[in-house]
Design a protein around this ligand. Structure first.
Ligand code: FAD
Ligand code: NA7
Length: 531
C-alpha cells in the first residue's frame, strides 16, 4: 500500500517527464497511476500549462472536460473549431450532435411526425382544415434558434465549471504541446494529458459536381431555402432519417442505395424500415451509384447515375444530399508530430481503453476505431476516462449492448446483436428467434398501416434463453428500447420477459407477450389486441 501511495505521488508530483519510445511500459505505469487518486484537487501541478487539453468541443470532449474540471479539480482547456462546409455552413460550440446531428434531426423528425398526427387527428374528431401547410423557413428558424440557445448554455456551463474554452483549431506540435490557431493569432499550450475528441465530418463522393453542388447533413438543417425534390445518396441511418423527415414535410425524396440499407443492423428489420418508407412515398434506387451532378440553367441539379448493370439514368432535383459516411478529422491534427498512430483505415484511432499508442494521449467518440458513433457512447467514455485520469476510478467503458434508434418515419430501435450476427456467432441451432407483428391501439381509428409493426427477440436457445438482441419497429422506438437495454445489461432471459407483467395498452408490452419462435413456423400475427 505504501509503495502504491509513493508511486502515485511521484507521478502526480510532476516527475512525469517520460517522452521515450517505451510506450508499453509507460502505458502500464500510467494506467496504474491514474487509478490511484481520489481527486486531483490539491495535487501539485505538473510543469505543463494544463492537466488536460481536449481537442474538440463535442459530446465526448465536453463530457470529459467538465468531469475533469468541475468534479475532479483538474485544470482543463477545450479547443473547438468548426471548418465551414463547402457551401459555407458553420455553427457554434457543442459539436455534431447539438448542431448538425441528433438534435436538429430529432426536431425535424418530430415536425414530420406532427404532420402525420394532424392527419390522424381528423379521424379522432379534431376539425382540421384541408389546407394544412408547412413552412420550411419557420421550422429551420425554430430549429436554429434552439441550437443557438444550446450553444449559449454550453458556453456558460463551461465557464461555471471552470473549463477554459478556446475557439481555435488545435494541432499537435509534440506529444505534450498543442498549437492553437484562433482569429487572434496562434498560441502554444502544453498539457500533461491530451484528449482527441475531434469527431468527424461527412464525406463527398469523388464524382464531378459533388462538392460544388451537393450538400450533406452539415447543411440540411440550416438550409436557407426549402429543399424541394431531393435525392439522398447513401442508405445508412443518416440517409434514411433525412429522407424520412423530408418526405414527411411534403418533399419528394429519393434514396440511392449502393448495396444494402442500414449496413450493420439486422437486415430483416432494415428491409421492413425501407418497405414502410416506400409505402409512405419515398423512392428507392437500389444498387445504384451516382456518376455526376451538373447545374442546369434552370438552377436545378441534373444527377446522372448507373445501376449494377452499368445502365445510365438521370433526373433533375432541387437538392442533392450525400450521406455516404463520415471522415474522422485526424489528418488535420498532425498526429505524426506526437507519434500517434491511426488504425488500418488510415483515419481512426485504435485505442485500448481510450488510450492511444502514445501514453498521455487519449481519444473518445467518433474518432475511435470500430466503436459505435453515438453521442451517449462518446459522453460515457469521456466521463469514465476523466474519472480514471483524475479520480479514484478504474471503471472502463463497455461498448457492448449499446442501444440505438433509427428515427425513420416508423422508428427502428435495437439493442444487442442482430439475428444474422447471432447465427454467425453461435450457430443456427443454438439461437432462438421470437417474433411478432402487433397492432398499436392508436393506429386503429386513423386506420394506419400496421403491416410493418414488428418486433423480434434474438436469444440463446439453451437454458432460460439469454436475450442477445431486441429489435423493434414502431412508434417511440427509443423510449421502448431504452429500458430493455438496462435489462439486457442485467442478463435478461426470455423466461424473465415472459414473466414480466406488461403495461396495457402499450406497445412495449408486446415484448412481454412474445411466444412465437421463427423455428415453429407459427403465424406471428396477433389474434386480437388483448389476447
Ligand atoms: P463531435 O460531436 O463531432 O465533436 C467534435 C468537435 O471537434 C466538433 O465541434 C469539431 O468541429 C471539433 N474539431 C474537430 N477538429 C478540431 C481541431 N483540430 N481543433 C479544434 N476543434 C476541432 N448520435 C446519437 O446518439 N443519436 C442520434 O440520433 C444521432 N443522430 C445523428 C444525426 C446526424 C445527422 C449525425 C451527423 C450524427 C448523429 N449522431 C447521433 C452521432 C453523434 O452526433 C456523434 O456520435 C457525436 O456527436 C460524436 O461526438 P464526438 O465528441 O466524437 O464528436
Ligand atoms: P454509414 O452508416 O456509413 O452509411 C453510409 C451509406 O452510404 C451506406 O449506405 C453506404 O453503402 C453508402 N456509401 C458509402 N460510400 C458511398 C459512395 N461512394 N457512393 C454511394 N454510396 C456510398 O454513414 P452515415 O452517413 O449514415 O452515418 C455515419 C455515422 O455517423 C453513423 O454511424 C452514425 O452513427 C453517425 P454501403 O453499405 O457501404 O454499400
Amino acid at each position: 500500500m505504501a509503495a502504491v501511495f509513493c508511486f502515485r505521488n511521484v507521478i502526480f508530483g510532476g516527475a512525469c517527464k517520460f517522452k521515450s519510445a517505451n510506450f508499453l511500459l509507460f502505458r502500464n505505469l500510467e494506467q496504474k497511476q491514474v487509478r490511484g487518486c481520489a481527486s486531483y484537487v490539491g495535487k501539485q501541478r505538473s510543469e505543463y500549462d494544463y492537466d488536460l487539453v481536449v481537442i474538440g468541443g463535442g459530446s465526448g470532449g465536453l463530457a470529459a472536460a467538465k468531469e475533469a474540471a468541475a468534479n475532479l479539480g483538474a485544470k482543463v482547456a477545450v479547443l473547438d473549431y468548426v471548418t465551414p462546409t463547402p457551401i459555407g455552413t458553420k455553427w457554434g460550440l457543442g459539436g455534431t450532435c447539438v448542431n448538425v446531428g441528433c438534435i436538429p434531426k430529432k426536431l425535424m423528425h418530430q415536425a414530420a411526425l406532427l404532420g402525420e398526427a394532424i392527419h390522424d387527428a381528423k379521424s379522432y374528431g379534431w376539425q382540421v382544415g384541408d389546407n394544412v401547410s408547412h413552412s420550411w423557413e419557420n421550422l429551420k428558424d425554430a430549429v436554429q434558434a434552439h441550437i443557438k440557445s444550446v450553444n449559449w448554455v454550453t458556453r456558460v456551463e463551461l465557464r461555471d465549471k471552470k473549463v477554459e474554452y478556446i475557439n481555435g483549431l488545435g494541432t499537435f506540435k509534440d506529444q505534450h504541446t498543442i498549437s492553437v490557431t484562433t482569429n487572434k493569432g496562434d498560441r502554444l499550450l502544453t498539457a500533461k494529458y491530451v484528449l482527441i475528441a475531434v469527431g468527424g465530418r461527412p464525406r463527398y463522393p469523388d464524382i464531378p459536381g459533388a462538392v460544388e453542388y451537393g450538400i450533406t447533413s452539415d447543411d440540411i438543417f440550416s438550409l436557407n431555402r426549402p429543399p424541394g425534390k431531393t435525392v439522398i445518396v447513401g442508405a445508412g441511418y443518416i440517409g434514411l432519417e433525412c429522407a424520412g423527415f423530408l418526405n414527411g414535410l411534403g418533399y419528394d425524396a429519393t434514396v440511392m442505395i449502393r448495396s444494402i440499407p442500414l449496413r450493420g443492423f439486422d437486415q430483416q428489420m432494415a428491409n421492413i424500415v425501407v418497405a414502410e418508407m416506400q409505402d409512405k412515398g419515398i423512392k428507392f434506387l437500389h444498387r445504384c451509384l451516382p456518376k455526376s451532378v451538373e447545374k442546369l440553367d434552370s438552377g436545378r441539379l441534373k444527377v446522372t447515375w448507373t445501376d449494377s448493370d452499368k445502365n445510365e439514368f438521370n433526373d433533375e432535383f432541387d437538392t442533392v444530399m450525400f450521406a455516404i459516411g463520415r471522415r474522422a478529422l485526424t489528418k488535420e491534427l498532425h498526429l505524426e508530430n506526437a507519434g500517434v498512430e491511426v488504425a488500418g483505415d488510415g483515419e481512426k484511432i485504435d485505442a485500448v481503453d481510450e488510450q492511444s499508442n502514445v501514453p498521455n494521449i487519449y481519444a473518445v467518440g467518433d474518432v475511435l476505431y470500430k466503436k459505435p458513433e453515438l453521442t451517449p457512447v462518446a459522453i460515457h467514455a469521456g466521463r469514465l476516462l476523466a474519472r480514471r485520469l483524475f479520480g479514484d476510478s478504474a471503471v472502463t467503458m463497455n461498448y457492448e449492448n449499446v442501444a440505438t434508434t433509427v428515427f425513420t418515419p416508423l422508428e427502428y430501435g435495437a439493442v444487442g446483436i442482430s439475428e444474422e450476427t447471432a447465427v454467425q456467432r453461435y450457430g443456427e441451432d443454438n439461437v432462438e428467434i421470437y417474433h411478432a407483428y402487433y397492432k398499436p391501439t392508436e393506429f386503429f381509428i386513423p386506420q394506419k398501416n400496421i403491416s410493418h409493426c414488428y418486433l423480434k427477440v434474438v436469444a440463446k436457445r439453451d437454458g432460460d434463453q439469454k436475450v442477445l438482441g431486441m429489435h423493434y419497429i414502431g412508434p417511440q422506438a427509443g423510449e421502448v428500447i431504452q429500458g430493455f437495454s438496462a435489462a439486457i445489461k442485467c442478463n435478461l432471459t426470455v423466461k424473465d420477459l415472459m414473466n414480466t407483467v406488461g403495461i396495457h395498452p402499450t406497445i412495449a408490452e408486446e415484448f412481454t407477450r412474445i411466444n412465437v419462435t421463427k423455428r415453429s413456423g407459427k403465424d406471428p400475427n396477433p389474434a386480437s389486441c388483448c389476447s
